[in-house]
Design a binder for this molecule. Structure first.
Ligand SMILES: Cc1ncc(COP(=O)(O)O)c(C=O)c1O
Length: 229
């Protein structure tokens, strides 16, 4: 660890060098991490409940993952799959396709971010159906790109000042017992959308999170998911 680097100095450099639009929650800087623990540049130890926003499912620096990355670096770093493909892309796609529940044979593509995956899902749904409409839900979070923001069902802090957004996106209330929205209320609102805003024949896709995060750690009830289908 570099003893000369402290959190306050880094914070001042960060504020001068990077825009505040990239919102940062903590004011201490990671130096290293191991499994569930993280140490900052001043040597303070934290239990990392954030885990990269719930994506470090194996903990920091799991030995198998470190070894796999090392082995890959010994072979090549980047070829751009669209230019020169490689086996690991195909085998991971095979594994995910085999696990995804579907009545039809699955295929898998990889994207860099969640927002990019959402954008591509909408592109695929529109191209496959020839329809424009997408129905999303209040409280939903779908990313920070323009379509991601259009689909996101929270104005503050995500959408203020960034419109206009792509059109043909409609929002229905997500079931939320805490806010007095029942499954029936939600399904009824979609039926109402079909009356007031868009006919079902123009809807390409309905997008929702099985468990909302930004909306308040709110699981979709099974009756809602069945009702949607
Ligand atoms: C449900 C959902 N969709 C989309 C996104 C956007 O992902 P990214 O920040 O990788 O673009 C997130 C990120 O938290 C998410 O939780």
């Amino acid at each position: 660890m570099n003893a000369k680097v402290d959190n306050a100095t880094l914070q001042a450099r960060k504020n001068a060098a990077t825009p505040r639009g990239v919102g940062v929650m903590c004011d201490f800087y990671a130096a290293r991490a191991e499994n569930t623990e993280l140490w900052d540049v001043e040597g303070r130890r934290f239990i990392d409940f954030a885990a990269g926003i719930a994506v470090c499912n194996t903990g920091h620096r799991h030995p198998k993952i470190v070894e796999a990355i090392r082995a890959q670096l010994d072979c090549f770093t980047h070829t751009a799959y669209q230019i020169v493909p490689y086996e690991s892309y195909v085998s991971l796609a095979e594994k995910i396709s085999a696990r995804a529940p579907s009545r039809y044979p699955n295929k898998t593509a990889f994207f860099t971010t969640g927002a990019e995956a959402v954008e591509n899902a909408v592109k695929i749904a529109r191209a496959a159906t020839g329809r424009p409409g997408v129905i999303a839900f209040s409280g939903g979070f779908h990313g920070r790109t323009l379509m991601g923001m259009a689909l996101t069902g929270k104005v503050a802090p995500y959408k203020i000042g960034f419109g206009p957004f792509p059109s043909d996106v409609y929002h229905a209330p997500f079931p939320n017992a805490l806010h007095g929205v029942s499954v029936e209320d939600s399904l009824r609102a979609i039926a109402q959308l079909f009356k007031a805003d868009i006919e079902p024949a123009r809807v390409a896709a309905i997008i929702f999170e099985p468990v909302q995060g930004e909306g308040g750690f709110n699981p979709a009830p099974a009756t809602f998911v069945k009702g949607l289908r």
